[in-house]
Design a protein around this ligand. Structure first.
Ligand SMILES: [Zn+2]
Length: 364
């Protein structure tokens, strides 16, 4: 391992942190690795984002990264996870590293979370005053289920953490079950799911409820048992917060039904749906055409947009659910909730949908 290969990795990661890159990819190409950045949702060569960076790096450079992430250098046939902290000029950045064997060799991806961008209040998320008030009202309750919904990568966990911070500021007992814990926070008791050790979401949830929490966040509902436990806990005196992948706010109810929750239980437990998506913030210099200022992306970043549904607005959905489960998504659309991206937007920003999960299969 040469000194140069180590330096180039440090340089790539430092620049990535400074630019606000969310992911760095090292893709095996012949004997080298192509270096790609995901910036504001779009994937581009690191060398296009910053001309001082190389288009490819050597195997030694990737080995160096594996050393930094405390991964097993001898293991090249199994996926590995690790983490490391990069000290950039502004602030430390946390990196989660995953190495995956492919037919061309190991592929390495690093997810970057900047501590600086942690949003610790509802106001900082970009909700309207009315939406903040609606959310605050539900947060003051002693029990119920709050669901934050949206596509993968739409900022759901940022929103949940902002709500947890609001509660912890009041001195509430706040627990969260996460997979993975992306950043450590002093005011929240965070529990890392570890399925290999039997610490599944449902096992953590069962145990966490005995820890006398005022608010309990279940990072994600992935199975029927967790869904049932979360809904039940929300009905019997716990404030439970969780997230679901859904292309549309009304589909939250469909998903809960898919997990086998009875309509009556959903209606009793569900207090709030926060549905969100990220919209591009266009570069003012070039009007979205691409220029040096925006690294030819046309966008300078993304900001969250919210739809907040409280029990009042949920009422028609509950009614539709009781009457006829199939009509739920349509019912929501009649309320003025259009599809997330128009055809034109999807083709113009064709790269955004790729970042997201495919819409989950419909019920029929
Ligand atoms: Zn521009």
């Amino acid at each position: 391992m040469t000194q140069a290969s180590g330096e180039i990795v440090d340089e790539i990661l430092t620049v990535a942190c400074l630019l606000g890159v969310s992911d760095v990819h090292f893709n095996p190409v012949c004997d080298e690795f192509a270096v790609l950045f995901r910036l504001h949702g779009r994937l581009l060569h690191a060398s296009d984002a910053d001309s001082s960076l190389p288009q490819t790096v050597s195997k030694a450079a990737v080995q160096r990264l594996k050393v930094l992430a405390k991964l097993n250098l001898g293991e090249q046939r199994k996926p590995q996870d690790g983490q490391l902290v990069v000290q950039s000029a502004q602030e430390p950045c946390d990196l989660r590293i995953n190495v995956m064997p492919t037919v061309r060799g190991e592929r390495l991806a690093a997810r970057i979370t900047s501590r600086h961008t942690m949003l610790d209040s509802l106001a900082s998320l970009g909700m309207t005053d009315q939406q903040q008030e609606q959310v605050q009202t539900v947060l003051r309750e002693q029990s119920g289920l709050i669901v934050v919904a949206g596509r993968i990568g739409s900022g759901k966990s940022t929103t949940m953490h902002a709500m947890l911070h609001e509660k912890s500021k009041e001195g509430a007992s706040v627990l969260s079950i996460e997979d993975p814990v992306e950043r450590y926070e002093d005011s929240i008791a965070q529990i890392q799911v570890d399925e290999r050790q039997g610490l599944t979401f449902s096992a953590c949830l069962r145990s966490a409820l005995r820890q006398d929490p005022d608010v309990l966040m279940v990072g994600e509902i992935r199975d029927e048992i967790t869904a049932a436990m979360a809904v039940r806990a929300g009905m019997i005196g716990h404030l439970i917060m969780t997230s679901l992948h859904a292309d549309h706010p009304a589909l939250v109810i469909t998903r809960l039904l898919d997990f086998g929750i009875r309509p009556h239980f959903i209606e009793t437990a569900l207090r709030l749906i926060i549905w969100q998506r990220l919209r591009p913030v266009y570069c003012e210099c070039c009007g979205g055409q691409g220029c040096a200022q925006c690294h030819q992306l046309g966008v300078l970043g993304r900001k969250a947009e919210f739809q907040v549904m409280t029990t009042q607005t949920l009422e028609p959905l509950f009614f539709a659910m009781q009457m006829h489960v199939q009509s739920i998504p349509t019912c929501g659309r009649d309320e003025g909730f259009g599809p997330i991206y128009s055809e034109a937007e999807t083709s113009r920003y064709g790269v955004f949908p790729e970042r997201f999960e495919r819409p989950f299969a419909s019920r029929n």
